[in-house]
Design a binder for this molecule. Structure first.
Ligand code: HEC
Length: 187
């Protein structure tokens, strides 16, 4: 019900009609890919943090986050990325649809009604697609690299500044909306 409500809100927002039940397996495919991406990146970063410390984990993120995301897109035959209103890597900048989704979700979070996902039928490049959006919340383990400036260890800061000179992805608290996983599946 919450999902349907969110879909309706989005349909109103973007002037599209929701096509309930007409998505085939696009929704479960998008959902699975989004969950897998979050789990893969989280696991990878947590393992390196534990074994080598957070500074080394930043380097791994820098080297691997984009690659792991692209690999998942290739094997699952869909488009997938992470994006945010406060980005670290400019390659993760939101497109107009994602920006509207992020702004809308931020407002819903503010009102205490953040949905678990949003599903919007759309047309991209003349093709019918399904756009799937899943909010990403900040967990305590994220704060070492995304928390308040003065709480980030100096060696982490050094690496962040070197790899991401225009970094805007700090100053978050646990429970904040960090961004979204955004998936596009051809129907
Ligand atoms: C070891 C440091 C580190 C930790 C811990 C960490 N991140 Fe990140 N995060 C990064 C780096 C580095 C990037 C840039 C990755 C890239 O180049 O695509 C990033 C990028 C992101 C992005 C993509 C948008 C952007 O800003 O470029 C999201 C979303 C994100 N992180 C969420 C999280 C969440 C949620 C957690 C906790 C579960 C987390 N991160 C934990 C370092 C970290």
């Amino acid at each position: 019900m919450r999902r349907m409500l969110a879909t309706c809100l989005f349909a109103t927002l973007f002037g599209t009609l929701p096509a309930f039940g007409a998505e085939g397996d696009a929704v479960p495919r998008a959902r699975m890919a989004a969950d897998r991406l979050s789990a893969t990146l989280r696991e990878r970063v947590m393992i390196v943090m534990k074994e080598k410390g957070p500074a080394e984990a930043v380097k791994v993120c820098f080297a691997e986050a984009q690659k792991l995301t692209a690999e998942l897109a290739r094997t699952e035959h869909l488009s997938i990325r992470r994006t945010s209103l406060k980005i670290r890597n400019p390659a993760n900048s939101p497109d107009p649809f994602e920006r509207s989704a992020l702004e809308r979700l931020a407002a819903m979070k503010e009102q205490g009604s953040l949905p678990g996902e949003m599903i919007v039928p759309a047309r991209v490049g003349g093709k019918q697609v399904l756009r799937y959006v899943k909010p990403i919340l900040v967990q305590p383990g994220c704060l070492v690299c995304h928390g308040a400036e003065d709480s980030i260890p100096p060696e982490v800061k050094t690496h962040l500044q070197a790899c991401y000179p225009g970094d805007r992805a700090t100053g978050f608290a646990a429970g904040d909306l960090r961004g979204i996983v955004s998936v596009v599946v051809e129907e």
